[in-house]
Ligand binder design. Structure first.
Ligand SMILES: [Zn+2]
Length: 368
């Protein structure tokens, strides 16, 4: 396997990464690769897509269906933050098998915890290892939500390539800024400017390295939030709503708001009563049974509840106080509308037509 780097810009809808905001990256893509839009896996949330991008497989194989898990048999639930949940082989492990050196750089610490097992160099803004930082000549990182965390992690990636020259580098950011700022804002543009600068530097330092830049999911403004759990409770329905986006990074999404939920019906709950309610809610655009969703989106049927609900474009499910909240302050993801992500390549493994999903980067590199 050739020397490569995958950069996953967290929450980078295609509108953020343009010829205007990232001129050097596009120049390199024009000369040595391509730029196109591909699809993320559904749900369009972080954990699900890191699993797919790292393994080249769909969630039916990775078994990662969210940032949070729920077991309807045992009623056990919790955050997915450590190893053991991911069931597919990662590209990091594939490189290791060939005796090659790997590096994993992330702003969100949990990503390293869940996927970074066995990497040679692991760098996390959230849980920095001083010895590694000293080795690479890096200062201590800022806070995870700090706007400069993107600059820091990109700088770390450059230092890593220059000093350690790993065969494979996986680098990812935090979507805090994009959750709060749209593509037209100077705050969002500054994020891309850092990425543009450091990718150009990484290319200069190691011109033959394959570089893939993509995102785990997009990001859109949402003006209506609904609490479907409260709606169901108010109708005395017995069900449990699991938002796959739910995580500990509440600064990013204070209501755990996202465009999709899994609904687990209690054994004694009549599905017709649930369907009657779900169909009456205008903010819900699509209702899929477990079987339909598993088939269409390659999801593991045993982990996504009995039904999967998708919000309309300007709406999201959220843990708001009442049943509904209207807002101008929410940008989030999770639905079918945040499925498009950029894919920009420099020296890609295959030609443009071979890439349809972000997971295809690893699938093609690993010859799956
Ligand atoms: Zn994300």
């Amino acid at each position: 396997m050739d020397k490569a780097m995958i950069l996953v810009i967290d929450g980078c809808a295609p509108e953020y990464l343009t010829r205007e905001t990232a001129p050097d990256i596009y120049k390199l893509a024009d000369e040595y690769g391509f730029a196109k839009i591909v699809k993320s896996a559904i749900p369009s949330v972080t954990n699900v897509n890191h699993a797919c991008i790292l393994s080249g497989k769909f969630p039916e194989d990775t078994k990662m269906v969210g940032n949070y898990f729920y077991n309807p048999e045992t009623k056990e639930e919790g955050f997915i933050e450590e190893k053991g949940f991911m069931k597919a082989e990662t590209i990091l492990q594939a490189y290791k098998k060939e005796g090659k050196k790997t590096a994993f750089l992330t702003v969100k610490g949990k990503v390293l915890g869940v996927y970074g097992e066995g990497v040679d160099i692991g760098i996390s803004v959230q849980t920095p290892d001083k010895a590694i930082l000293d080795q690479l000549g890096l200062d201590m990182p800022p806070k995870v939500q700090d706007h400069s965390s993107t600059e820091w992690i990109m700088k770390a990636a450059l230092a890593c390539v220059k000093k350690e020259n790993p065969d494979f580098v996986y680098c990812t950011t935090n979507d805090f800024v994009f959750h709060h700022f749209g593509p037209e804002t100077s705050e969002a543009k500054a994020q891309i400017r850092y990425i543009n600068y450091f990718i150009n530097e990484i290319n200069k330092a190691d011109p033959d390295r394959r570089i893939y830049i993509t995102a785990d999911h997009g990001m859109n403004q949402k003006t209506k939030l609904i609490n479907f759990q409260h709606m169901a409770d108010n109708k005395n329905l017995n069900l449990y709503c699991l938002p796959p986006l739910k995580d500990r990074y509440v600064e990013n999404h204070i209501y755990q708001e996202g465009g999709i939920i899994y609904v687990f019906l209690d054994k004694n709950q009549n599905p017709e009563e649930f369907l009657k309610l779900a169909k009456s809610v205008p903010e819900i655009e699509k209702i899929m049974t477990n079987t339909e969703a598993a088939k269409e989106f390659h999801l593991p049927a045993d982990r996504i509840g009995d039904y999967v609900l998708f919000a309309a474009e300007s709406c999201a499910f959220g843990e708001v106080e009442g049943e509904r909240l209207e807002t101008n302050d929410v940008r989030t993801h999770g639905s079918l509308y945040e499925r498009n992500v950029p894919l920009i390549t420099i020296h890609p493994e295959k030609e443009e037509e071979a890439y349809n999903y972000s997971k295809d980067i690893a699938a093609l590199a690993m010859n799956l």
